[in-house]
Design a protein around this ligand. Structure first.
Ligand SMILES: Cc1ncc(COP(=O)(O)O)c(C=O)c1O
Length: 405
């Protein structure tokens, strides 16, 4: 038995099989490249669900983690530690004036945000949160109730009460769902798991206005869209009304914010954040100094190397290239997304798409049955990106699958 085979066998014995894993063992990474245990190299166009935003083993991130690891690992939030403050200052510089709570991932951050929204509404007995169909907010009991996909709730009844879903992009449906008990609205600036879905122009501005009028807390789940991926620092910075960015009351971050380390952030406007007084919420390891030093360094690098603009340019380039490619025209229904968070909706439901990509040396992903997701590290070079797009085009051109509307 090869090493790879024996690792796979061992994995099946001792790991819960809750992921549909491919029979591959990833061994090593450098920049946009990954190597498996058989020594095969792949161009990573998915960055581990967007988490490895600066690719693999970035030397500056290794340096930041190592320096912090040699200084202080963990003391708990009984004390202040400077890496948390430095990172929260970066968020103030790139998002809006706010205060941060740190945890370990996206679901964790959204839990905190929904708790805070309920707390804010508690004096008026407001506890319901409206979310959108096709949304994804995480896998905890409350976040599967928030998620706009009934499949994630199957077998886990009864649902945590207080979450209501409406059609994405339909302001009228959302407004009609608001009642006396509504505390807030949670939405992704671009739906990631749902198929890279963007909303009609003006939708977010109308939701913001409604929230202001009715005293509701608006939460933007930026777990996929944060940290420069979309060609803005945060996806909501595409929502502009009368020349001003539409800001949420609370923004949540995960995935890319730790560059692959487990970091979640709930970042709230000070007037909302102040409601979380001592004892209202917590996380023992949240804001761990090593994770914070890495998160801060990611923001430094993205700013210094102008990677937000870079992501925007590479995204536009890809949309133009893929849209003009005759080889794939009959198989592509729509190409959408922003920056380096792109979805290619196919006219067919492809079989074994990921395997087909791997055989061409690229790592891609499929969601919502027929949407190929591309989300490479945002420091991918133009040349590497073009190399990846060549392989994506070849992979789509060779696809066979069931036709669906
Ligand atoms: C928009 C969004 N929110 C929340 C989550 C949950 O994040 P995590 O898996 O870190 O809990 C995800 C995960 O895919 C996501 O895409």
């Amino acid at each position: 038995m090869s090493d790879t085979q024996s690792i796979l066998e061992r994995g099946k014995q001792v790991l819960i099989q809750n992921y549909a894993r491919l029979p591959l063992v990833m061994d090593r990474g450098e920049g946009v490249w990954l190597w498996d245990t058989d020594g095969k190299r792949y161009l990573d166009l998915f960055a581990g669900f967007g988490g490895a935003i600066l690719g693999h083993c970035h030397p500056a991130l290794i340096d930041a983690a190592t320096k912090q690891a040699q200084r202080l690992w963990h003391v708990g939030n009984t004390f202040y530690t400077e890496p948390q403050i430095e990172f929260a200052e970066r968020l103030n510089k790139t998002a809006f004036k706010g205060q941060a709570f740190f945890c370990h991932g996206g679901a964790d951050a959204n839990e905190a945000a929904c708790k805070l929204a309920r707390l804010r509404g508690s004096d008026k007995h407001r506890w319901k949160i409206i979310s959108l169909n096709q949304s994804f907010h995480g896998r905890t009991l409350a976040m599967i109730a928030a998620t706009g996909n009934p499949k994630v709730r199957e077998g886990f009844a009864p649902d945590v009460p207080g979450f209501v879903q409406v059609e994405p992009g339909s302001f009228d449906a959302l407004a009609a769902a608001v009642d006396e008990q509504t505390a807030g609205v949670i939405m992704e600036p671009i739906q990631g798991e749902g198929g890279i879905n963007v909303y009609p122009d003006g939708f977010a501005a109308r939701v913001r206005k409604l929230c202001d009028e009715r005293g509701l807390t608006l939460i933007f789940d930026e777990v996929w869209t944060g940290c420069g991926r979309t060609g803005r620092w945060f996806g909501h910075q595409y929502f502009i009304d009368a020349g001003k960015v539409i800001e949420p009351d609370i923004m949540t971050l995960g995935k890319a914010v730790g560059g692959g380390l487990p970091v979640g952030v709930m970042f709230a406007k000070p007037e909302v954040a102040k409601l979380f007084g001592p004892g209202k919420h917590g996380s023992t390891l949240g804001g761990n100094p090593i994770c914070m030093a890495v998160a801060r360094t990611i923001f430094d690098i993205v700013e210094r190397e102008r990677l937000v603009e870079h992501a925007a340019q590479l995204g536009e380039h890809a949309i133009a290239r893929l849209g003009n490619e005759p080889k794939i025209r009959s198989k592509v229904k729509e190409i959408r997304g922003r920056g380096l968070m792109l979805g290619i909706e196919l006219t067919i439901e492809p079989q074994k798409l990921i395997e087909a990509g791997l055989s061409r040396g690229i790592l891609i992903n499929l969601t919502a049955k027929k949407v190929i997701r591309l989300a490479p590290p945002i420091n991918i070079t133009k040349q590497q990106w073009d190399q990846g797009l060549d392989a994506v085009i070849e992979t789509i051109a060779a696809l066979e699958g069931q036709s669906s509307s």
